[in-house]
Design a protein around this ligand. Structure first.
Ligand code: PHB
Ligand code: FE
Length: 328
């Protein structure tokens, strides 16, 4: 049989719940009605399917993000910007103490392709991994349909700033972006601009709260303005951040509205470090040596401020830079 034909035949093989099984390197991914099963040399790991799909969706959409995307305390990926490590137990003191961690490195584009195939096959009709639990159907059951529109959403990234000519468009009712139920009180008027004659093309302003109030996704920072390596990535949050983020640089948070409670742990061992309760107006810097997961009891607006300087990961890792942005 030719290789092409063999691949076609293998792709059509599904398990008794109707789902395809996927393999890359020595990892194998299987799903049933309730769980994702991750099989790897020596053992296996199990993750509830809704949590798995929500985490997988972010890992794909963010191109493996900055540093580590932990799906839970055991399984995740580490971005090396071109290659990516996929691991079991690497950031878990119990696994490490008995040398039961397992890691493989892949070209980012190869792992991305497999992750995309998994999310397309394993997401059923009616479930949107980006949506708040109150605003989507559930992920469970035997295979029934798909939701390609939801899982193939393109990541929104402004080239310079939203609303500028030729850049990302602002969201409007007409384009199907209605105001979220939690943000009905957010004013929708636009700022008035009065530039001096001759400066009309150099001054720009938008109603960012209005823009955010019309987001239909949660826990999905999107770039709204770029100044060199400074990326402003606001996002709307509801329920739980689907990943535990282990950063490779400092990251700033500005709480625009409502409240998010953060669990902060040691990046490598997972030992609890502190709780951070952020109320509207609060500002925090997440250091480069921790991991964090946020909980938003009500839909809230959060500004994530990222530093896109590619030299930062090794400067933090080598100790040249301290993990904190400011020493008091
Ligand atoms: C983060 O890991 O810092 C993060 C990720 C997604 C969000 C907010 C914060 O929506
Ligand atoms: Fe983070």
């Amino acid at each position: 049989m030719s290789t092409a034909l063999l691949t076609q035949v293998r792709e059509r093989v599904v398990n008794k719940q109707g789902y395809q099984t996927f393999e890359i390197g020595q990892f194998k991914f299987e799903r049933d009605e309730y769980f994702a099963h991750i099989l790897y040399p020596g053992n296996q790991h199990i993750v509830p399917i809704e949590a798995f799909l929500r985490a997988l969706m972010r890992d794909i959409a963010w191109g493996f993000f900055y540093g580590t995307v932990n799906f839970d305390a055991v399984f995740g990926t580490i971005n090396h910007y071109g290659t990516v490590e996929m691991f079991v137990g690497l950031n878990n003191a119990a696994y490490r103490n008995v040398h039961k961690e397992y890691v493989e490195t892949f070209a980012s584009k190869d792992l991305k392709r497999v992750f995309e195939a998994i999310i397309e096959d394993w997401t059923n009709a009616g479930f949107d991994p980006f949506a708040a639990p109150e605003e989507t159907g559930n992920a469970y059951g035997v295979k029934h349909g798909d939701n390609l529109n939801a899982v193939q959403r393109q990541r929104l990234a402004a080239k310079r700033m939203i609303g500028l000519p030729g850049d990302l468009k602002l969201r409007t009712e007409r384009d199907g972006h209605s105001v979220n139920r939690s943000f009905a009180d957010v004013p929708q008027d636009n700022p008035e601009l009065h530039p001096e004659p001759g400066f009309e093309s150099e001054v720009h302003a938008v109603n960012l709260y209005g823009y955010l109030s019309r987001s239909d996704v949660t826990w999905n920072p999107s770039v709204v303005s770029v100044v060199k390596d400074s990326l402003l990535c606001p996002t709307t949050e509801e329920f739980v951040l689907p990943i535990i983020h282990g950063n490779d640089r400092v990251e700033w948070f500005v709480q625009f509205s409502d409240e998010i409670i953060w669990d902060v742990e040691d990046k490598i061992t997972g030992m609890p470090a502190c709780k951070v309760v952020m109320k509207a107006g609060d500002v925090a810097a997440m250091p480069a040596d921790i991991r964090h997961r946020g909980y938003s009891p009500k839909r809230s607006m959060l500004l994530v401020w990222e530093n896109n300087d590619g030299t930062l990961p090794h400067r933090h890792a080598s100790g040249e830079l301290p993990p904190y942005p400011v020493a008091f």
